[in-house]
Design a protein around this ligand. Structure first.
Ligand code: GLN
Length: 540
């Protein structure tokens, strides 16, 4: 007997960048207390996954425990729904087409003309049903990337229309996320773009059951009534999605407008949300007792989306410490080219993060920042590349290994005298770029009585990785002699996972990405303690 699954489809209209991923995650959160809610994200691009895209264009690449490199919306899904995502749940058009072409060559369609409809749409629908069954999902929530009317997502939209017919009206609802602007010259909510976007959806055979209207201000009842009239849906199904101080407020805002009851009624489900702890933490975010300045030093600092999970992790930690974390972005290329001094960059800063990254641009600036933190006892957290650069800094300035560097620099023509960071053995000889890094969740063993061991209160943890290079094992002894402690390790392959400097009050760097598993209700210890130690030093 197949498991009876309900479907919620979320489409977007008017413009991109409205926070559809967060809206989807928030809707899921409202009904996930008693039900297994599985998110699926459909992306219209032809890349297999976002792993090979530039984070400036596409935002952060989110890494799943199973090693999947997926859309950053999975960060919101995991943070709001508490699920551990799987790479299969991110369906790109690239994946769909490659499956279709594989099947065609195998002869699965012998004698037939392979067409967008039904073959591609069938493939998409079959994927939804497969996940629903495999996961024994009570509710599958499908987010279609982009906006209705984009050529790229037409086939996904057609597939979810057909899905409605296949599973029947009481088993599926469509939510449309739109925008209701308040032009400054008129000073009132304008619903026309929403009306037009719903029309586009209607033309594709989909009538939304619920409209969530993003807007700078709450929607007055008369605006809800107008949308109701023109878009042919009850006014109670028009939900105001006004701008809020923190995204964690969004499920609360939807719940206050009775969206939960509406979902229960429309889908015939019952799963009241558990939001007490969440509400308290949102309150702490909105009314902090203190504040602290933390710097993030990187080269993609122009686009905050590249570091989305790090920002969230700091918010989670701040909420538990009743502190507002003010993030200062430091573009390390400016330190490198002399436009900015480290002293100036770190003025009034009580804690520093050097995040992950690739290539040599900006790394000398990051190394200067790390040196300053080490020499001036500024709380420091290095993440992935940030750990590798902390090792390089230590090698050069403490161990006296002039010209120490990562062999990643060699590919850009830089001579490396001491390859203290080198390619992982498993990476040697790899030609293909997509999905070939050391990816996903791994167990990390923590040495007893180290800082990491104390912070995590555990001997073994599980964290997610995304890298090609590692600490060169040949140098480990020299580093240890000079006072560095490798407190986290991978016993079989001898990969150094955590390094710390015990002389320092808080100097810790990790090869994994702790930001990927932090949650509002359970902040990742490394961020929590960075904020805690920084608060102790803070003068703001
Ligand atoms: N470029 C480094 C590597 O491949 C670090 C990667 C990262 O920071 N994610 O190992």
């Amino acid at each position: 007997m197949p498991h009876k699954t309900k479907y919620i489809v979320v489409t977007g209209g008017v413009l991109s960048g409205l926070g559809k991923g967060i809206a989807t995650a928030s809707v899921g959160r409202l009904i996930s207390s008693k039900l297994r809610v599985i998110p699926i994200k459909c992306d219209g691009y032809l890349n297999t996954d976002p792993g090979t895209m530039n984070p400036i264009e596409h935002g952060e690449v989110f890494v799943l425990d199973d090693g999947g490199e997926v859309d950053m919306d999975f960060g919101h899904y995991e943070r709001f729904l508490g699920v551990v995502g799987k790479s299969d749940w991110n369906l790109t058009m690239g994946k769909v087409y490659s499956r279709i072409l594989e099947k065609e060559r195998r002869g699965d369609f012998l004698g037939k003309t392979v067409q967008l409809i039904p073959h591609v749409t069938d493939e998409i629908k079959a994927h939804f049903l497969k996940i629903a069954q495999e996961e024994r999902a009570d509710v599958v929530i499908i987010e279609i990337g982009g906006t209705v009317g984009d050529m790229e997502n037409e086939l996904f939209i057609e597939a979810v229309r057909q899905l409605g017919q296949d599973v029947g009206g009481s088993n599926i609802i469509y939510i449309h996320l739109t925008y209701v602007p308040i032009p400054s010259n008129v000073g009132e909510h304008k619903t026309k773009p929403t009306q037009q976007s719903v029309k586009l959806l209607n033309e594709r055979g989909i009538r939304p059951d619920i409209i969530i209207a993003r807007s700078p201000e709450p929607l007055p009842q008369k605006v809800k009534d107008k949308i109701s009239l023109f878009c042919n849906i009850p006014a109670e199904a028009v939900i105001s999605g006004e701008d809020v101080e923190t995204v964690y407020e969004i499920p609360l805002m939807y719940d206050e407008q009775n969206l939960t009851e509406l979902l229960h009624k429309k889908l015939g489900i019952y799963s009241p949300p558990k939001l007490e702890k969440w509400r308290k933490l949102v309150d702490a975010i909105k009314h902090p007792e203190r504040e602290v300045n933390i710097a993030i030093c990187g080269k993609y600092t122009d686009l905050r989306d590249s570091y989305a999970s790090i920002i969230e992790s700091l918010i989670h930690s701040g909420a538990h410490l009743s502190a507002r974390v003010n993030i200062k972005w430091i573009e390390t290329t400016e330190i490198e080219n002399g436009k900015l001094t480290v002293e100036k960059a770190l003025e009034n800063i009580s804690g520093v993060i050097v995040p992950g990254g690739f290539g040599v641009r900006g790394i000398e600036g990051k190394i200067d920042v790390i040196r300053y933190c080490r020499e001036n006892d500024i709380p420091f957290l290095g993440i992935c590349y940030g750990m590798q650069l902390a090792i390089i800094e230590f090698a050069r300035n403490v161990c006296g290994l002039k010209g120490a560097n990562t062999t990643e620099a060699e590919s850009e023509g830089i001579e490396v005298a001491h390859p203290v960071i080198c390619l992982l053995p498993s990476q040697k000889g790899l030609k293909k770029k997509g999905g070939t890094m050391r990816l996903g969740g791994q167990d990390v063993f923590l040495k007893k009585s180290t800082l990491a061991n104390r912070l995590y209160k555990a001997d073994k943890i599980r964290e997610r990785f995304r890298h090609r290079y590692e600490v060169n094992p040949e140098f480990v002894e020299i580093f240890e002699k000079c006072g560095m402690v490798f407190s986290g390790y991978e016993p079989q392959e001898n990969i150094m996972q955590v390094m710390e400097l015990p002389e320092h009050s808080y100097f810790i760097a990790v090869q994994y990405h702790p930001e990927l598993i932090s949650k509002l209700e359970k902040p990742e210890p490394l961020f929590y303690n960075l904020v805690k130690y920084a608060l102790a030093k803070s003068k703001v």
